[in-house]
Design a protein around this ligand. Structure first.
Ligand code: F6P
Length: 321
């Protein structure tokens, strides 16, 4: 089937660099003679029939902007078989021949489920701060999120050192410790708590108490939201050591802001590569970059990312703290 018109959507949590991906998809497709439809609020936009036409100028001045101009959502309605049927009807109504979805694991699952219904042609682009899907070294947004968290932690260090306190900082990442581990390493944190490894309060408390005896009074502890909540860690440490602690939940600040160059470049490459796949008629695929090269995996296989370098990072952090 000759593809004349593609749809593009962003779904799930937004991430810095998604706009750069939308720009790249739109302009690559237009320059290949395709029409481009922008779907507003992800899969929910297919249920609500919320679709706009994207032209060259529609994506001007967005490469540097965080968030997503197409808006995003986690659509409950789309999860039901009835929701997916409505979504497919909307695509037909607008003569959309193929879809490029930009998002994380939930977005990919939605695409796989929709393809299972009637083989609708879909290509996935990894957009998420979590970096928790395989087939790519990094997802669009994770480098910016790491830098944003790091900037805040550097500021917290100033007060932790001045007031000689223990700080627990909670970062995002859903069930993955990718952001936490990178941020902890870059911030020179003493400890990181991640879902991928067991964590033991007793060992940490005795390390803190031993450090205290040597005159080390300030500690930076990074926790991944999927491993332990900062409030609980702070309360437990105070109870077990009798020492004063403070905690900070960095939260959604990590999802916003100007994308760093790595995210813009990744998004630009992957957006164009997604259009390439559409033109070649290769569907049911998810894109990524591995060791600088564009990588293609089956959408249904783009699941949990295996953790890499975790032991090396943890060992280094211990050695240097
Ligand atoms: O998947 C991106 C993410 O920011 C996760 O790190 C976090 O757990 C989640 O989204 C938060 O979702 P929401 O914005 O819906 O609260």
């Amino acid at each position: 089937m000759a593809i004349k018109k593609i749809g593009v959507l962003t779904s799930g949590g937004d991430g810095p660099g998604m706009n750069a991906a939308i720009r790249s998809v739109t302009r690559s497709a237009l320059s290949s003679g395709l029409e481009v439809a922008g779907i507003i609020r992800g899969y929910q936009g297919l249920i609500d029939d919320n679709i706009i036409s994207l032209e060259h100028r529609s994506v001007s001045n967005i490469i540097n902007r965080g968030g997503t101009i197409l808006k995003t959502a986690r659509s409950e309605k789309f999860r039901s078989p009835q929701g997916k049927t409505i979504a497919l009807e909307t695509l037909q109504k607008h003569n959309i021949d193929a879809l490029i979805v930009i998002g994380g694991d939930g977005t990919y699952q939605g695409a796989v489920d929709m393809m299972a219904l009637n083989q609708f042609p879909i290509v996935g682009v990894p957009g998420s701060i979590d970096n928790d899907i395989c087939g790519t070294d990094e997802t669009i947004g994770c480098e910016t999120a790491i830098n944003t968290a790091l900037e805040s932690i550097d500021k917290i260090r100033d007060t932790a050192q001045s007031m000689e306190r223990i700080f627990i900082i909670e970062v995002m990442g859903n069930k993955s410790g990718y952001i936490a581990l990178r941020v902890a390493m870059a911030a020179g944190a003493e400890t990181v708590i991640i879902p991928e490894r067991k964590f033991d309060y007793k060992t940490l408390c005795s390390e803190i108490q031993d450090g205290n005896k040597r005159g080390k009074l300030n500690w930076m502890i990074v926790t991944a939201e999927g491993a332990a909540k900062a409030a609980e860690v702070a309360q437990t440490l105070t109870m077990m050591t009798g020492l004063e602690t403070r905690y900070v939940v960095l939260g959604h600040v990590q999802r916003g802001g100007t994308p760093v160059s790595a995210d813009r470049i990744l998004a630009t490459r992957l957006g164009a590569a997604a259009v390439d796949l559409v033109l070649k008629g290769q569907f049911g695929k998810a894109l990524g970059v591995i060791h600088e090269e564009i990588n293609i995996v089956d959408l249904c296989d783009a699941k949990t990312r295996p953790d890499t370098r975790t032991d090396e990072y943890l060992k280094l952090m211990k050695l240097l703290s």
